[in-house]
Design a protein around this ligand. Sequence first.
Ligand SMILES: [Zn+2]
Length: 342
Amino acid sequence: MTRLLPTSTAGSLPKPSWLAEPETLWSPWKLEGDELAEARRDALRLALDEQRRASIDIVSDGEQTRQHFVTTFLEHLSGVDFARRAQVRIRDRYEASVPTVVGAVARPAPVFARDARYLRALTDQPIKWALPGPMTMVDTLHDAHYRSREKLAWEFAAILNQEARDLEAAGVDIIQFDEPAFNVFFDEVNDWGVAALERAIEGLSCETAVHICYGYGIKANTDWKQTLGREWRQYEESFPRLQASRLDIVSLECHNAHVPIDLLELVRGKKVMVGAIDVASHTIETPEEVARTLRAALRFVDADKLYPSTNCGMAPLPRHVARAKLAALAAGAAIVRSELAD
Ligand SMILES: [Zn+2]
């Protein structure tokens, strides 16, 4: 990246109301078949357009191509039975009905390569693509086959590596793995979580990122956040291992997050996507608020390694709110960029 403080989003943008129910997380599609395929591509173009108009530097599909960040990927794998549902507790926080692993898992065909090529053809800007991380995939399933979270994670890591290689070939510049489970299962993170992620990025020459996260602004997450106390020190558990890993970028939430900013010292040397936009609130940040978050992060992240971003995905927000937040992010980054140039 040649521009200082290149802006990006951590993930999703709201979907248009003709594609899925607005302001609803994981909302079902409103169309099907060829109509759905065409509508998703149209929505991707709009999401790209909104990022460009807001002067976002590293652009994405806004996750218009998926209904859910884990299950849409799982739907394309063999060995996972969506008809056989089980009730599990996801991230030790909320009950959900999930599909079951009934046999050896495999990826019969690329999942997102076609969409990534479509995005690549629309822009010369750097593009980022998000995939679920192995641990978070394991945590969103019932496993009746391997009966070991670790074993299943290694299988998913190999599959994710195939997918990542296809995305790289499609021209993706940064592949991001979403691992909200890293904020919950600390022993597993250090035992095999980061190692499985490194398996997923094996042989790649594009940049790689991991997004750890306190979740969207849904009730189960905001209730959980109430229990975390005044200082959120969860990153303290995973950062030392990530600092030593081969991943290039760490993406985390910083604005309104009660995360002590000095925890960033633990990943010194890595590029950091600093979340300066709260996705759990409809209040639009001022550019100065964004700038303040970035300045605070600059004490622990070298300027050439700081990537201003959002705390998490913006899918559940009204479109006009997400649009205004993107603009605030870019404006805040511009303030700090000009300060650094002085
Ligand atoms: Zn997130």
